[in-house]
Design a protein around this ligand. Structure first.
Ligand SMILES: [Zn+2]
Length: 68
């Protein structure tokens, strides 16, 4: 699991936007949710099923953009 420490900022709503990202591996395995805010990269690692390190397709149907 990936943990991102919350950053408290009231400067802009942009910085508090959190993306909940789902990825789909070419083997069909779904990876996620991964959490990303605008300041950090997501670290995906490898698919636990086929050990592939990508590329992964973003599942836009499941990926959620929301503001906190
Ligand atoms: Zn895979």
């Amino acid at each position: 699991m990936i943990k991102i420490k919350g950053v408290v900022t009231r400067r802009s709503a942009v910085f508090s936007q959190l993306k909940e990202i789902y990825l789909e591996c070419k083997c069909g395995n779904r990876i996620g949710p991964l959490f990303q805010n605008n300041n950090s990269d997501i670290k995906i690692g490898t698919c636990p099923v086929c050990q592939s390190n990508g590329p992964f397709m973003i599942d836009y149907d499941k990926t959620i953009y929301r503001n906190h």
